[in-house]
Structures are given as C-alpha cells and as structure tokens.
Write a new protein. Sequence first.
Length: 403
Amino acid sequence: MKILHQLGHNYRWALDSFFQNQIGDGFIISAFSISKDKIGNKLSGYEPSAYLPLSMVDLQFYGSKASRGKNLKSYEFHPANYTGKDSTEVSTIDAVMSGLRFQENLKLKTIIVPTIYIKPEKEEAGTQLVHKINDRIRKHKASIQKQGQEVASYFMTVPIDKLSIENDQEIEHLLQELTDMNIIFDGYYVVCESDLQTRKKISVNLKYYTNLNKILSTLKKQGFQVILGFSNVDSLVFSAMNDLDYVSIGTYEVLRNFNIRRFIDKDGGGPSKGWYYSEKLLNFVKAQQLDDLRDRNALDLIRNDENIFSDAILQEGYDWSIHRPDVHKNYLLSVSKQLKKITSFPSGKDRIEYMVKLVNDARETYKQLEEDKMLFLDDESSSYHLPKWLSVLKAPIVGVSSK
C-alpha cells in the first residue's frame, strides 16, 4: 500500500515532510488549494520533475457549477465556470474529458477521473453520467492505443455523502453500478463524508465503518484498485480490514475529512491551539491538556517514539499553534508509520488481530492515565472511538459481502 499526501492548505509542510523526512510515497494535488498555473511549475520550491511523477490531481468537481473559490475557477474547464445553459450533462462530460487531457498533458501515470456530486434522489441521473463517462473514456483509451502510446490508469471518483453511507439500499445500488461488467476504469478514488459529531474528531458512526468497508472490500474483490482519499485516523481500521492500494494522509482536518459542502459553502474553522496525535492513544490530545499530563508526569505514557517532531512539540515551553508545521508533521510521521506497520502483515486475520491489539493497548493506556495518574481526558481527547473500532474489527464480515 502506498501513502499519499493530500496537498491542500499549507501544502509545503507535506512536500517538506516527503522530500526532507521521507514520509509517504506521493501526492494528491487538490484543485481547491492549488491553482492550475502552479501545477507543472515549481511548487514551494520543488521542481516539477521531482513531484509530478509521484502525483495525482483531484480536480474536485464535487460542487458542480455551485463550486466556489478562485483556484477552482483557474481551471477553465471546471464546472465552477459554467453559467446558465452551459451547465448541461453534455458539458459536464466534456469538462471531465478536458480534465483527463489536462492530467495526461502533465504526463501523469495515474489519472483521477473527476465527476460532479449528484444527490441520491437523482439516482438514475448519477448512473447515466457514470456510464456516459465510462463510454467516453473507453473510446479515448482505444484512440490512445491505436496511436501506439502508453495508456495511463484511470481512477473514477466516487463521492459519497453522510446520508448515503448510512443507507444500505443506496450502497447496494452504488456497488452494482461500480462493478458493472462494462466498466473500464482501473480503479476508484473513494471519498466519503464521515459526519463527525460535536467535540469528536473521529467518526463513531457504525454504519459509516461497515458500509464504507463494504464498498472498499467489494471493489477489491472485483479486481479494482482503490484509493481511500481524505482519510482520517480511521484509515488504520480500513487498512487493517482491506488490502487497499493507496491511502491519503493530510495535515488540517479538512484534508482528513471529506465534506462536499466545503466546495460550495464558505465555512471557517474555529480557533484552536492545535492537537498532539498520540500513537499510543490512537487519538488527538488537545494542546491545553498536555499541561495536565506534564503536571502528573504522564507525558511518557502518550509520547510517540522515534519521532523528532513529537520530541520538539512536547518540550516544556513549546509555543503551541495549529499553524506550526511540527504539530502537523508529528501526525504525518506517526500515522504513516502505523499504516506501514499494519500493512506489513498479510491481509486478513493477522492484520486485523494486530489492529485489535493496538486498540486494546490504547484502551489500557487510557486506563493507566485514569487509575495511576488520576487524569481523565475528555471530549475529543477521550477514548470515545475505541469501543466502536472494536465493534467493527471484531466482526469484519459484517457489511462486507455485496449481492
């Protein structure tokens, strides 16, 4: 499995962590944050010859013509530039093909096929759009082969909203559509809303886990490659239960949690001093709570081992801020190490058992904090998600088999 940095806000930190600290295997360039004119030129000082061969581009058509942001509009073929009668099905397919040619001109080996998000109640329209895009790409690939040129791999984008992932019937329909015998896509780029609850940074929705796991597992069983995009810490669970080809990692929360509304509405994040990701807790700890841990001599219980960024940000007197790169690089290094370790085990029982051990060890660490240090972490920093993870890992066949 390869780990890809989801390049977005302050993407230089991700580029630096790859080129300077050997974190990850490549990049997914986000159109929302990076304008068209920057791709193929120097990016934060790095030559295109260095990053492009390792990159994919997510053109992020999700909001269709309602998409906002000047960076999206810098792509002249993006639906954000549509007005009035231009926003037809035909023009959407033409925009998709223009997006493919843009990526091919960059000499990318893996092409992410963009598509607009269509609401579930317009199921038939969504099916027709996928099939028409599939047919156009079939002809496109045949034309490339006829010219004797190398054909890239095409990954179709699958945007799933938070209501659809909870609906078993919609998931069954989606899988039937994606595994149709006439599909010529090499794989799928799956992005799914997790519907985070208040004061939670990790999903605790059982349906989210079982149904997304069902999608990933079914696609793999049908021979498709799979990219799990915008993945959060829950990628540890999905990687334990599936033999995924690519998983993304991100710095800010918007790069770890897919949200269709982000591409339409202007939502600002709340103030935060930042978070410390602890491998031993499998969770983020609020910066302000680190002082409590230090006062109770409990930092070593949650400290990440062999992590230079963790060492730096846990020093007494560190000036915590969500906008400091070391805070995010600590997460990137830690979660990438955990993902690599999990996928070093054979896919199946061994991998799941190792993940179960990690969860049980994390629960034991929380217990030590409470019983030995009399310290009870609350809200986002608590162990709220771990029982849900065990419920998923202990029943891996639930929600996997598709009709």
